[in-house]
Design a protein around this ligand. Structure first.
Ligand SMILES: Cc1ncc(COP(=O)(O)O)c(C=O)c1O
Length: 394
């Protein structure tokens, strides 16, 4: 029997996905201008970016990036542990630790790599990793990479998480959750999870990719908002490519955690350090996010305006008070059609379909940003009204 050809098999899988109308499509953006993007020669008002504070095009980080690139070039030249760790990285780590109230912080090139690296460094084969079913893919992949015994509890179900921890009381255990769920926008029951972990002797890890910059008095995220300390949540991970408008990620916690990650997190050790100019730009974005709280306030105002309007229209809102405001459509084809109809009206709102979300839970993932204005939200509501989603079967 000849071996099956791998590329042919992949092509067949892609064809199957196309057949099921679930093909993912790449779109090239030719221009960005505040909340607007240009694609295929059309200017669209976008409601899909994670640039929640509108910092991605802010002149401060742009100038910081240029200045640092002029001074020290583009690439870092090597991994952190060889000769890639520059003063820009060190300064950013210090500020991130201070902002999040942690002893130390460590930069990673992406959030995906941070989660893979942390979970793989912490857990040994067969050890328990309890996770919310709706956690981001990279947390789940981290558990698989570690060879951990992965148990996924129904979304936000603390009792189910408790049963899973009690099902394997021997050995170390990690409970990992998103702080803000990326496709739903709701916030994890962090205080309940923290007390569960305390009573079960498990370590709590929170991925605050969508909470940092948005939640908490100075934007320090969902953990600060929940008034939890480093003791309650020993492992905090957050990304720099969302509310901060840059790219990359960090893990924050005790010196013992960070020293250990430097030794054992393979996605930290065996990869090129992020460009130092990017670290300088991110540092500037962090200062803006912390000090200029009007962006958070404006975002909250827009969120409330959208939710009020959507509820008056009877739209299928989900229970979220964050920048992620999905409308649950259910059927993938209907979600896709709604997204296309919005695009025809000049609005970019992506349809999120399985396997990114569970079967039968396709949705329009609407995200709001401080770069939006009231009139933009009103335009979106008007367009949504004309789609007659109010009675969509869910
Ligand atoms: C909750 C969550 N964690 C991690 C990531 C990965 O971060 P990055 O894009 O920096 O790889 C994302 C999204 O990108 C996310 O939504």
């Amino acid at each position: 029997m000849p071996r099956p050809d791998l590329i042919e098999r992949l092509a067949a899988q892609t064809a199957e996905r196309a057949q099921a109308q679930l093909l993912r499509r790449l779109r090239t953006i030719t221009q960005t201008d505040g909340a607007f993007i240009e694609s295929d020669g059309r200017r669209l008002l976008s409601f899909c970016s994670n640039d929640y504070l509108g910092l991605a095009q802010h002149p401060g980080p742009v100038a910081a990036l240029k200045q640092a690139a002029d001074a020290s070039g583009v690439g870092s030249g090597s991994a952190h542990l060889i000769c890639g760790h520059r003063r820009e990285h060190a300064a950013l780590e210090e500020t991130l630790a201070e902002w999040t109230g942690r002893e130390r912080a460590l930069l990673f090139s992406t959030g995906y790599m941070a989660n893979l690296g942390v979970v793989q460094a912490l857990l040994e084969r067969g050890e328990l990793c309890v996770q919310d079913k709706l956690n981001h893919a990279c947390l789940l992949d981290g558990a698989q990479l570690a060879g951990a015994a992965l148990k996924r509890y129904p979304h936000a179900d603390v009792e189910a998480a408790s049963r899973q921890l009690q099902g394997q009381t021997e050995g170390c255990a990690l409970l990992a959750t998103d702080g803000v769920f990326s496709m739903d926008g709701d916030i994890a029951p962090l205080r309940e999870l923290a007390s569960l972990c305390a009573s079960e002797g498990a370590t709590l890890m929170v991925d605050d990719a969508h909470g940092l910059g948005v939640l908490g008095d100075d934007g320090a995220g969902s953990i600060t908002e929940a008034r939890l300390s480093e003791r309650d949540v020993p492992v905090l991970m957050a990304t720099l490519g969302k509310a901060l408008g840059c790219s990359g990620a960090f893990v924050a916690g005790s010196a013992a955690l960070i020293d250990g990650l430097i030794q054992f997190a393979r996605t930290y050790i065996y990869t090129t350090a992020m460009p130092p100019a990017l670290a300088a730009a991110t540092h500037c974005a962090v200062n803006l996010a912390r000090q200029e709280s009007w962006r958070r306030e404006k975002l909250q105002h827009l969120i409330q305006r959208f939710r009020r309007g959507a509820s008056e229209l009877g739209l299928p809102l989900m229970p979220s008070r964050t920048a992620i405001q999905p409308l649950l459509i259910g059927d993938s084809q209907r979600a896709l059609e709604a997204s296309r109809a919005l695009e025809a009206k000049g609005l970019l709102v992506v349809a999120i379909r399985p396997p990114t979300v569970p079967q039968g839970q396709a949705r329009l993932r609407i995200t709001l940003s401080a770069a939006h204005e009231d009139a933009h939200v009103d335009q979106l509501l008007q367009a949504l009204q004309s789609l007659r989603l109010a009675h969509a079967p869910v």
